[in-house]
Design a protein around this ligand. Structure first.
Ligand code: ACO
Length: 326
């Protein structure tokens, strides 16, 4: 049987840095509050002329280069995002045009912060059935564009960026050993951008009522996240016939250091095996995991043969995990 794996990886973040001290000038907050409650010190922010596809395109180019794959070899492009350039055409079609991947099918997928893991899981199926040989999976966001910059409960948490992988066929004993996805629509109300779709179309009143921004019940999401990160990671291990002791490295979704630490504790894995970069980027939703994975790989922290757990959660509610034999 065929086995899918990561054969190239890349990431891209905007240059502009917004520190916690900068946030103090925007809303009633403090560096101390943000740091102790979340672990975030600064985040990257796209300028007004930059959209999600621009970040996605740069990350995709780097992933292709690292895989030594030409754009025309790509069979499918998936962009996981909650901040598409527009409702349609899809951001994936815009990336397809930008990189010249003329033979690729393209679509966006939306599973909030779990989107990248959903994408990798979908890509794995196409490669393992033999339908496609090379697939680009991109997680890309410009959350700064949908954050309410007058709401201190949310605006301090998020940042912009993009990460991409090329999936291809690998040896049978490596690659994506397992993947697990879940959802609970009952918790949908805890994290949403209410207006702009068919339920509440855009109008002057939706703009005045600030309904195009992220709304979040932080403590509900927190409780859910702490529980699901551990459960979900265990599921991926179980499906690969492995246990916590077999974990060499974890790349979790980067929402809050307290969520990551309690998940690590529940898995009985020490924090030196867990990659953290939310101090520099905040929560980049679907981009968090691929950007973190790329950094860990570039720094030599994940090595050939390592068992790497990817695990995330997000709006929907959604969650997912995957076990990569690097
Ligand atoms: N600066 C100062 N004070 C603040 C700030 C801020 N930036 N934000 C909130 N506060 C205040 C609130 O007003 C509130 O004050 P009050 O008690 O007087 O009303 C208090 O701090 C909030 O306290 P808690 O809710 O107890 O804060 P908590 O420790 O739970 O931290 C946080 C809040 C950071 C939002 C946390 O709940 C969290 O990280 N939740 C998960 C969020 C998350 O992961 N979201 C993304 C999901 S991924 C996706 O799909 C996009």
């Amino acid at each position: 049987t065929k086995r899918a794996g990561v054969i190239g990886i890349g990431s891209f973040v905007p240059e502009k840095v917004l520190t916690n001290l900068d946030m103090e000038k925007i809303v009633d907050t403090s560096d101390e509050w943000i740091l102790t409650r979340t672990g975030i010190k600064e985040r990257r922010i796209a300028d007004e002329n930059t959209a999600t596809s621009d970040l996605a395109t740069e990350a995709a180019k780097k992933a292709l280069e690292s895989a030594n794959v030409k754009p025309e070899e790509i069979d499918l492009i998936m962009v996981a995002t909650v901040t598409p350039d527009m409702a349609f055409p899809s951001t994936a079609c815009i990336v397809q045009k930008n990189i010249g991947a003329s033979k690729a099918a393209a679509f966006d997928l939306e599973a909030a912060c779990s989107g990248f893991i959903y994408g990798v899981t979908i890509g794995k199926q196409f490669i393992e059935t033999g339908m496609y040989k090379k697939i680009l999976v991109i997680g890309a966001e410009t959350l700064s564009k949908i954050v309410d910059w007058s709401d201190r409960n949310t605006c301090v948490l998020f940042g912009d960026g993009a990460g991409a992988v090329v999936l291809g066929e690998v040896d049978e004993n490596e690659g994506i050993l397992s993947a697990y996805l879940g959802a609970d629509g009952l918790g949908g109300e805890f994290l949403s951008q209410p207006a702009g779709g068919s339920r509440i179309p855009a109008s002057v009143s939706t703009v005045n009522d600030r309904l195009h921004y992220i709304k979040m019940e932080g403590s509900e999401v927190f409780k859910f996240a702490v529980r699901i990160m551990g459960e979900s990671a265990k599921k991926a291990l179980e499906l690969a016939n492995l246990s916590s002791e077999d974990i060499d490295f974890i790349v979790p979704h980067q929402a809050n250091i307290r969520i990551i630490e309690s998940a690590a504790k529940r898995l009985k894995v020490s924090m030196d095996k867990v990659y953290v970069n939310l101090d520099r980027y905040g929560n980049m939703s679907s981009a968090s995991i691929p950007v973190a994975l790329n950094e860990a790989y570039t720094k030599g922290m994940v090595k050939k043969g390592d068992n790497v757990v990817l695990v995330g959660f997000g709006g929907g509610l959604t969650w997912g995990s995957a076990l990569l034999k690097w």
